[in-house]
Design a protein around this ligand. Sequence first.
Ligand code: GLC
Length: 723
Amino acid sequence: MTNPRPTPTMTGPNENDFCLALLQRMTLEEKIGQMVQADLHWNEDIEALLRAGRLGSLFTITDPEVINRYQRIAVEESRLGIPLIIGNDTIHGHRTIFPIPLALSCAWDAGLVARVAEAIASETAAAGTSWIFGPMVDICRDPRWGRIAEGAGEDAFLGSEMAAAWVQGFQQGRVPGGRKVAACVKHYGGYGGSEAGKDYNSVDMSDRRLREEYLPPYKAAVRSGCLSLMTAFNDLNGIPASANPFLLQTVLRQEWGFDGLVVSDYDSIGELILHGFANDHREAARKSALAGVEMDMMGNAYHYHLAGLVESGEVPMALIDQAVLHILCIKKDLGLFEDPYVDPAHLQDTLRHPGLLSLALEAAEKSVVLLKNEDHLLPLQPEGKTIALIGPLGEAREDVLGSWRFDGRADETPTLLESLRAALPQSSQLTFTRGCEIEGGEADIAAAVQAASEADIVLLALGESSAMSGEAHCRAHLGLPGHQQALAEAVTAVGKPVIAILFAGRPLVIPWLAGHVPAILLAWQGGSLGAQALANILLGKANPSAKLTASFPRAEGQIPVFYAHKSTGRPFDSSGTLQFNQAHKSGYLDESNLPLYPFGYGLSYTRFEYTDLAVETPEIAPDGTLVVSARIANRGSVFGEEIVQCYVRDLFASVTRPVKQLKAYQKVALQPDEEIRLTFRIPAASLAFYGIEMQPVVEPGGFHVWIGPNSQEGMQGEFAIRA
Ligand code: GLC
């Protein structure tokens, strides 16, 4: 172990000298204390541990007065006065809740994500948190997994863009009172690949898939200067991620040069025992420490066993010193030594500040995906009409906030019913009928049918509760829960125009809705202003522009279904024909291969026309740049934003390659009849992949390129990389 190297910090070298000097004054017990993190449920005397310098971090405390109380003990009543770093899961909001990250990723807008992250950091820091346990960047192609809600969907390229934006917004945003916040990219690594979509389950994949499809967003976060990283619960190819030298040393430290802090997930070190990877806590502590986990979140392993492991020589002191230096440097970097206490006055100025609320509304409007809009049923023409809002999500509050709603409060969250009442003109009439519960309970479908028969237009507010996704909340059946499907069928049978509004933390399996309801809005879980955003979209005050970042399966049996799949040696003809009449092809007898709604899909109230694809560089050098352009026009009657996507396919290579890969996108805003020629410049280096030797290579050969509105449609061209 070389001399401990300080964390790359936002501060200068003399701060690192400060940390080195402090490290040299610390006892082994005080060093290990810095490597232990707890919440207030820990079965120990927290205050006594703080006075003894045996606890370095606390989490899940929202009250600044409580934070200050514990901080005062650490700073003023311990021998060295090392401040605590307070962490929290404000991954999509503290008190002002923004759309769940999966929803926000559908805006395809890194600038918006960075602004949201900065806003979250301002509230979070004002409440005394200096460490946000986010962004969650786990790639996921299995909507059975409840935590798909927390990430940016299925694609490594888009997920990497979002990861970088979250880190920059959290760490470089302006925060009242000058406080800084450290981000913590999680859950490293490959957690979203959990088998069978069950949380905490094993992940087993090739190094090539891991490196090309699951690791890039963590790497993007590290490249963006993320100050910390959280290890995952899962085992990866047989080695638990929280004790995995390949992940934590070979890739993270040696290849990526990460010099920040590595924290475990909640007792994920202790869980090595249940993995059958350690026979007791002492063994678990040894394996995780040697692999490079530097702080034990809410576990007993380091607290009880690390000192003995150092004294026995099984864990080198140099490794402890490196870990503690990373912890001290982050605390120094965040200004905690100079200014350890939070000023509650900032909190009142910051919480639910009008600027935060207007950003939450903008983010929610840009996250809603228009999946279907037959006969331009939307936006509503409500004047003089009776509108029947039907369904349990019509009066949802908590279920609009999402699974990590932290300090978001239901009583501060308007329902869709309230938002519509406020937005509809006097001349229209709005009724509400619950019809059934989200799941279980009694249903009064007859009342809903009656309400529909008395209305001109029906809004069906359906979907999941926020407790049906998120951590440890996985589903094997992804249709509408409870009596909702029966409600939808009965109400639709009345024959009035129906608009379905789906609240969910994941892609749902909704083939019946897609086939029988003329308009469908995917609301996701839009946060504090989610309902108001929906009202604005329903009434045309905002034009939906979001596009899916996770494919919608037609059936659970298709999972994993994602756009960047391989061809196979017997590909079915994906020109829309069902492959039933294609014998001996890679497909199903009873279902299409295609998703119900593909990655990159989303509609607008206007119509965009794609013409005139031009591959301006039909042949490029291995270190060259592909230049391809197309004309995009707004051929509708309202202003709109369009996410124009550019995909490529490597037609043949030393290993099989996906049939499509997103390599660039641009969001354009066009008035009616306005048009623009969009040019994409794609470096050949971005077409590299792990070749037969498992090294990144750019291979010569032919490629297809598409510019289009989603991963299934677009104008196709070709180019080649010359040898
Ligand atoms: C949880 C989650 C992790 C979170 C941590 C602290 O189990 O896996 O995302 O940051 O514990 O709450």
